[in-house]
Design a binder for this molecule. Sequence first.
Ligand SMILES: C[S@@+](CC[C@H](N)C(=O)[O-])C[C@H]1O[C@@H](n2cnc3c(N)ncnc32)[C@H](O)[C@@H]1O
Length: 282
Amino acid sequence: MTTASEVRRSAVARLREAGIDSAEHDAAELLAHVLGTTRGGLALVEALTAPQQASYERLVGRRVAREPLQHLTGTAGFRHVELGVGPGVFTPRPETELLAGWAVERAREVTGRPPVVVDLCTGSGAIALSLATEVPGATVHAVELDHAAVEWAARNLAGSGVHLVEGDMADALPELDGRVDVVVCNPPYIPLEAWESVAPEARDHDPALALWSGDDGLVAMRVLEQTAARLLRPEGWVGAEHADVQGAAAPAVFAGSGRWSDVRDHRDLAGRARYLTARLAR
Ligand SMILES: C[S@@+](CC[C@H](N)C(=O)[O-])C[C@H]1O[C@@H](n2cnc3c(N)ncnc32)[C@H](O)[C@@H]1O
């Protein structure tokens, strides 16, 4: 009989050899998934049955081939919610939790009426679901162009009260023009030429429409700037994630149009430029 800790140690070694930085974490997550427990619960497991060991080895093999961990477990945690994810939808990233938190704070500042919030490029629905969960009473709309992603979002947002729209953010939600308090967006932002530098988990498993955005990675940001200006009330807020190398170029899309005040960029805990925010001028 093989003990759980032996099996796990050998999985960590295989994952490390495959170049996976989070080998310890991923080995534990996959084992917890196979055993129907949590990572904390693994301390109580001494041995695996043969079928459990076989399932685990298969999943570790798929992770070694750089399938995203979240595709193997079928879920991704994001702030206080769990999203179903898999082929056809962008896997929500921890770094986007910062932008979502900023949007939650801005929505909570609205007084005297329910805040109206729009999550453009919603993907799995991660930001929209966080807003609906953390700002009770908010009216939340979510927009997504890719039909496969819309199907994931529809499942994740079922029962949340979020109004999900399939379509291009460029002309979405015309009925809300000038009425929105907060527009939030994690658009595609990787320059086409950066293909080589993108991790295989993203390059081979996130949908192309979720990643690439023209030669400079800012094509979708320019569309967002126009759409946010159309949707927002005067003094309404927009927040958008961007690549760490776009800490000057992405805010410049907003500053350069002359329509915005308070344009600023925000860094993550590691000091990387992460998202911009701006306020529609009166
Ligand atoms: C980087 S992913 C972000 C998904 C999700 N908001 C998140 O943070 O996990 C970008 C998403 O934008 C969608 N998208 C790209 N262009 C779009 C457009 N013009 N209108 C609406 N959605 C678009 C993609 O299909 C993808 O789901």
